[in-house]
Design a protein around this ligand. Sequence first.
Ligand SMILES: O=C(O)C1=C[C@@H](OP(=O)(O)O)[C@@H](O)[C@H](O)C1
Ligand SMILES: C=C(OP(=O)(O)O)C(=O)O
Length: 429
Amino acid sequence: MKTLTLSHVKKVEGTVHLPGSKSISNRVLLLAALAKGETRITNLLHSEDVEHMLNALNKLGVSYQLSNAKTECVVQGLGGLFAVTEPLELYLGNAGTAMRPLTAALAASNVDVTLTGEPRMYERPIGHLVDALAQWHCDIDYLGNKDYPPLRICGKALTAGAVKIDGSVSSQFLTAVLMVAPLLNGDSVIEIEGDLVSKPYIDITLALMARFGVTVQNENYQRFVVKGSQQYQAPGDFLVEGDASSASYFLAAAAIAGGTIKVTGIGKNAVQGDIHFADALEAMGAQVDWGFDYISVTRDQLHGISRDYNAIPDAAMTIATAALFAKGPTLISNVYNWRVKETDRLAAMATELRKVGAVVEEGHDYIRIEPPVQLQHASIATYNDHRMAMCFSMLAFAKCGVTIEDPDCTRKTFPQYFDVFASLAVKNA
Ligand SMILES: O=C(O)C1=C[C@@H](OP(=O)(O)O)[C@@H](O)[C@H](O)C1
Ligand SMILES: C=C(OP(=O)(O)O)C(=O)O
């Protein structure tokens, strides 16, 4: 297995032009495919998750043209749902942002499609979404275990109307239902059961739907009213914001090591909830500066804090390794759904943090981290989880350095991560 050893970096400095947001890239591609007209996308993320969406759209008959190292894409919209006569298999890897929204869109389309993915995708639940679509009379079969992919979808015109959806495990299920609802032949009222997790991702969904001309009535994230028989309208040019989750590693790097790092492509008005990672870093003691198109962080003494991170589950993982450099304990709470992402992230994080000497308490939905007096070198398992690899790169700021196993797993959202990370180290500091 390939490994990457990072030796001690004393200081970082520089500006990172962030690659496009994964969440926005995959949403805009799907909406552009369904819309009437041409969408010209810039700063599209070029990574494995986006490749899965692009390949799926290609097989579904959507025509698009990629350029500029696949960061620009001109999509010719279908002006409605998909229609393909022969049966198809679409392989979606471990991309939740492809699997969930495509499931809903295909259930309402004239297609016979099997959705497959990596083994881990078959352990990530999708039952809440299928149960919601069943209330619109979809035809979806589980080909493996009940409530999990792979799925066979015999798409057809769905019967719009009232639908209840469990929001307690993933917001992606609600995102999927919201995105297809306007294209059904009738109005829908979507009601949330259980506490809705990862709420800011619903804001991204609603903001993008609005860019494509569709507004949704959001009643306090409990009830959503969507008019049916609508058509998405291509917005023309569309610039993808920088990826706020990817920004977290660079902002944390500045907070931990000496120096200042500025990330560009996101700023105070960004639509992604993960920009609020910077608020958490500030609460830990870092100095944060916000502009319209940048966030910059400068080091200061960090101290541990206790917070509910339900709204920013992805960026919260970065807090777990920043905690190793803070004074006192850090508590990351209300993150049960870490357990159903690329790996069981609560278990994986606890195991690997202990390897470097931290005292860790792992609960059902929380993790508490006490930094050791002295960090120790370890070979960090990454569980085919891009964020495990990127989070543990922070150990480069400890004297002992760190070894990252399978560093290429960052390809899911950030193939060039370790090159960008290396470019920020100040030589001879
Ligand atoms: O909608 C999205 O783009 C995402 C929603 C979040 O998932 P959950 O809603 O399952 O927490 C997040 O973890 C994922 O990386 C991207
Ligand atoms: C949970 C993640 O991915 P997905 O979109 O596959 O859910 C993630 O990127 O951290």
